[in-house]
Design a protein around this ligand. Structure first.
Ligand code: 3MF
Ligand code: MG
Length: 344
């Protein structure tokens, strides 16, 4: 299926380079300027946080929010772009310092539910059915601060509220084991899918698997993808790369471990990921050292590496793989793959 893939990224992937220890190092681009870059860079889909589409949405009424989002839909149409998903940004508000859906404060939980409904309104206006939930602050810094059983009940309650609010939406949970929290409640694909099965409509709850988040959990991204594919629950992906157990790096796809990237592409391609309209989503950041006029290379590089790996996955001598597998000569299989990726 090489060449049939459609790619997406979020406007936050073109960024100014601030990190926790230093200020911005590049000029910011307006959302409209960013949109103009998508097609040029080879991308058809736009991932949204709710307030990427409608800035300052907490100051607006539901009707005003929907009207603003419709303007964005027109901007997308003018550029020939599609909205892939909308994610409620629940982690920046003073009310959600100690969690949104799992906060100990009932007012904070209510805010999170209301804000999620507004994110759904925005998705409707942008003509997408997919909602992504990155559960950023749903966890703890210390174990005693929350009750982990109650936290899961509350997550189910919040997801049910969204599923009931709109019967057409699908929810992709984006698991991550830590950061910003010390321990997150939904750290892996298995947790996310199991959570989905506690809701009123498990048919509509799946996952967004991000490479770096899986690595932070000490797991293998292609195996996590296989797990979700077996459940028919891989609604989208956030491809990137990660150099070991540290903060979430969002490096270009395949830039740290080419073989690990190859195996992700191989499983996606083998099971026709994308055929039901799924996007190949990226969640990558340019290095802080990158200068202004070349600060989109992380996007084009990731896309190029993905497509190149699709070709490689497609022309791997599978009969050789099968034979070595049957013989259980995994040392030789190891060498076959390494030679293949080295182009020798
Ligand atoms: C954090 C992330 C997030 C989510 C995004 C969409 C800022 O580690 O990966 O990116 O992907 O909020 O859900
Ligand atoms: Mg992500």
């Amino acid at each position: 299926m090489a060449g049939e893939y459609r790619f997406s990224f979020g406007p936050w992937n073109i960024h100014e380079g601030a990190d926790p220890f230093g200020p911005t190092v590049r000029r910011g681009l307006t959302f409209a300027r960013k949109l103009k870059l998508y097609k040029k860079l080879g991308f058809d889909g736009v991932q949204f946080h709710d307030d990427d589409a409608v800035p300052d949405m907490n100051k607006l009424s539901p009707r005003e929010i929907a009207a603003k989002a419709k303007e964005v839909r027109k901007m997308l149409r003018d550029e020939g772009l599609t909205a892939e998903f909308v994610a409620p940004r629940l982690w920046e508000d003073p009310r959600t310092i100690d969690g949104a859906y799992t906060s100990n404060d009932p007012e904070a939980r209510q805010y999170a539910k209301d804000r999620s409904r507004r994110a759904i309104d925005i998705a409707v206006a942008l003509n997408t059915k997919l909602i992504v939930l990155w559960l950023a602050r749903e966890g703890t810094y210390i174990r005693e601060a929350k009750d982990s059983k109650v936290a899961v009940d509350r997550l189910v309650e919040a997801i049910n509220d969204m599923l009931e609010y709109n019967a057409g939406i699908k929810i992709a949970i984006e698991p991550k084991p830590n950061e910003p929290m010390d321990q997150a409640y939904i750290p892996t694909t298995g947790h996310a899918l199991a959570l989905g099965y506690l809701t009123k409509d498990p048919k509509r709850v799946g996952v967004n698997i991000e490479t770096a988040h899986v690595i932070l959990a000490g797991l293998d991204p292609s195996d996590e993808m296989g797990f979700a594919l077996a459940y028919d629950k891989l609604y989208t992906v956030h491809l990137n790369d990660q150099n070991g157990l540290k903060f979430d790096e969002d490096k270009s796809f395949g830039s740290v471990n080419l073989r690990r990237a190859f195996n992700q592409v191989r499983i996606l391609d083998r099971y026709d990921y994308g055929r039901k309209g799924e996007f190949v989503g990226l969640d990558v950041k340019a290095m802080r050292t990158q200068k202004q006029d070349v600060a989109t290379k992380h996007l084009t590089n990731s896309r190029t590496i993905f497509l190149r790996l699709v070709e490689l996955a497609g022309s791997l001598d599978e009969s050789c793989v099968e034979q070595l597998t049957a013989e259980r000569d995994y040392e030789e299989l190891d060498m076959l793959i390494i030679n293949y990726l080295m182009g020798t």
